[in-house]
Design a protein around this ligand. Structure first.
Ligand code: GAP
Length: 485
């Protein structure tokens, strides 16, 4: 038998486009409101995308809550009292420097404009430009940023001119009105991060859960940002999901906990089976208004290294401000120290959609399977089995001779434990390819021999190896191989 030849056949630049097309073709991700030509930077998850997303969310949730005695989860509302966002600093500070082109009226985020230009320059020049940009951003030097754009003769992609406005700040929160009487309704915001739902519930959870510091509160949920330049598929969206955990610690111990969570979160990423050289830490030069240390965990996406998660040492900024704005005490009594204090907070904040994109980028492979006798290839999503949308495909070889009945019986035995898929149409080869394309780690074929000796053929997605095993051992094998913990 000739062995298949495995060779990646795809340049990096095409990879993102190929992934987007694949996600649409196989029911992972669709443009939102597609029949109305879509809504920019908003996406819907289809039948397999929603399963993948749920599996990632569950894995994160379990690693935080189930695997740590001192971390509990909550589910806070998206709408919050408007003063929350005053206290958190988002009303005054949650903005990006923007610049408009006067001829096209197109608005750009200044850092994105400069980053795009830096990519067109030789590496050393590009790096120097980015370093200068970082310094100006850190100093909030808007005149300097405009000068940098003009000095580099950066033009608007639409009008082709360099006729720019001054650089201004633009708040990214969406607002709406709550209340039934027009004109008298209160302005409320769609939360731009889930974290504030945790801060305002800090004492509720600490008291009712009798939590002792250090302890954490975890949450997953939607967040909304009116991103001006929203691009890169599900990398930067206007409606997205976050998975955040605030870890409350004794003041003065935040540095060691910050290091602890940096390391713990990197281990979580590596537990997805992704190689360490696909990640790097990026320490923040310009710290957010609430932080005394912060870094990004960056992953090597098809468009280069970009942030997938942030680890932030948020000091006591949020609790202190909520105490001040609400007039309610938010202190913790530390029985060991016999002292009241406002805890410090280390936050781990990861975008769920960005993690979906990371997992898709890592899993997507175009393989050349040609042999001397025939040309062949496949697209396969090599998901970690625990994250795969479908764990097991059950495929009767024929639609007759009692084979579908045996297959249905196996489906019924397994479906309460993990997601199965039944398919009897097309040749077995075509069915395998369809399962490869949605990342199903195991396919089981029921044939005439099954009737004689109660064995089936199990096919492994990544190696494409097939083996004969008793039908009675299928459920346990799949459970063992797809279990997260
Ligand atoms: N509570 C802190 C916080 O929200 P952040 O760095 O602004 O920090 C955390 O966001 C994570 O949320 C990011 O690392 C990213 O994965 C995700 N995220 C932020 N903005 C996003 C957007 N517009 N679209 C998709 N994901 C986003």
């Amino acid at each position: 038998m000739l062995l298949p030849i495995f060779a990646p056949v795809m340049a990096n630049e095409n990879k993102l486009q190929n992934i987007i097309a694949h996600c649409k073709e196989y029911g992972f991700i669709f443009q939102s409101s597609e029949i109305y030509d879509g809504l920019q930077a908003v996406y819907d998850y289809g039948q397999y995308g929603s399963e993948l997303k749920k599996n990632i969310r569950d894995y994160w949730w379990k690693s935080m809550t189930q695997m740590n005695d001192n971390i509990v989860g909550i589910d806070a509302a998206i709408f919050m009292h408007p003063t929350v966002w005053k206290a958190s600093g988002h009303v005054d500070n949650f903005s990006d420097p923007m610049i408009d082109n006067k001829d096209s009226n197109k608005r750009y985020r200044v850092d994105h404009l400069l980053e795009a230009h830096a990519e067109t320059l030789p590496k050393e020049e590009g790096d120097a430009l980015l370093a200068e940009m970082d310094t100006l951003l850190a100093a909030d030097d808007f005149a300097g940023l405009k000068q940098l754009i003009e000095d580099n003769k950066i033009k608007c992609g639409i009008s082709g001119t360099g006729n720019w406005t001054d650089v201004r700040q633009f708040n990214l929160m969406f607002s709406t009105e709550m209340g039934s009487v027009a004109g008298e309704a209160d302005v409320v915001y769609l939360r731009p991060e889930t974290a504030q739902g945790i801060f305002v519930n800090f004492l509720n959870v600490q008291k009712t859960g009798r939590m002792k510091i250090p302890f954490g509160i975890a949450q997953t949920g939607k967040a909304f940002r009116n991103e001006i330049v929203a691009r890169g598929f599900i990398f930067r969206m206007r409606e997205f999901e976050q998975m955040e955990m605030q870890f409350f610690v004794r003041p003065g111990t935040q540095k060691e906990w910050y290091e602890h969570w940096k390391e713990t979160r990197m281990k979580w990423h590596l537990s997805l089976g992704i190689s360490p050289d696909r990640y790097r830490f990026h320490d923040h030069v310009k710290l957010a208004h609430y932080a005394d240390a912060a870094c990004d965990i960056e992953y090597d996406f098809p468009m280069g290294f970009k942030e997938v998660e942030g680890v932030h040492s948020r000091t006591d900024f949020d609790l202190k401000n909520h105490q001040q704005y609400s007039g309610k005490k938010l202190t913790y009594f530390d029985t060991e120290l016999n002292q009241h204090y406002i805890p410090y907070v280390i936050e781990t904040s990861i975008g769920l959609d960005r993690t979906v994109m990371m997992i898709l980028s890592e899993a997507y492979q175009e393989e050349d399977l040609s042999t001397a006798e025939k040309q062949d290839s496949r697209v396969v999503l090599k998901f970690p089995p625990m994250l795969a949308p479908i764990k097991l495909a059950v495929l009767p070889l024929l639609k007759k001779d009692g084979l579908p009945e045996i297959a249905r019986e196996l489906m019924n035995e397994c479906r309460s434990e993990f997601r199965c898929f039944y398919e009897e149409k097309d040749t077995i080869g075509k069915r395998y390819r369809r399962m490869d394309a949605i990342g199903t780690p195991f396919c089981v074929t029921i044939d005439h021999q099954t009737k004689e000796d109660q064995t089936v053929t199990i096919r492994h997605r990544d190696s494409m190896q097939q083996e004969r095993i008793p039908i009675s051992s299928v459920k346990k094998l799949v459970l063992d191989k797809t279990r997260a913990f």
